[in-house]
Design a protein around this ligand. Structure first.
Ligand SMILES: [Fe+2]
Length: 145
């Protein structure tokens, strides 16, 4: 159970980082397709943000405390911070890579939850994995030359 709790903290921190980077790109993206990109990233960060509260409360259900500070998220997150403003193409490529990285972490947690017979949590993770895969498709379709 300890392993599952620790992995859920990685999931939460990675989800928050991915959400924040997506919102950051929504603000700063530039180029001829600005209206579409801006709107696309808006929809994406809204969905990503939804996961943060869901996972934090699942950690509480597992009787642990949910991390919620930048320093702790920096330690736990599997996504690298972006300090600059990349090109639109680079932003989307980064989000596609980061989103897959996040899916990998959710899959690890999902496997642990199944092993622990935590059926409800495994179902929640599966649902979030599916939602993030949908964005993998949309990001790849947007990136296609
Ligand atoms: Fe906005």
């Amino acid at each position: 159970m300890k392993e599952l709790v620790n992995q859920m903290k990685v999931v939460l921190a990675t989800n928050f980082s991915l959400y924040l980077k997506t919102h950051y790109f929504h603000w700063n993206i530039e180029g001829p397709n600005f209206p579409q990109y801006h709107e696309f990233l808006n929809n994406m960060y809204e969905l990503f943000f939804e996961g943060v509260d869901i996972f934090a409360e699942e950690i509480r259900t597992l009787e642990s405390y949910a991390p919620g500070s930048f320093s702790r998220y920096l330690e736990l997150s599997k996504i690298e911070d972006e300090l600059n403003v990349p090109t639109a193409q680079n932003m989307l490529k980064q989000l596609q890579t980061d989103n897959i990285r996040f899916i990998v972490e959710m899959k690890k947690a999902n496997k642990m939850a199944e092993e622990e017979n935590a059926v409800g949590l495994a179902n929640i993770l599966q649902d979030r994995i599916d939602k993030h895969y949908k964005y993998d498709w949309m990001l790849k379709a947007t990136l296609k030359a």
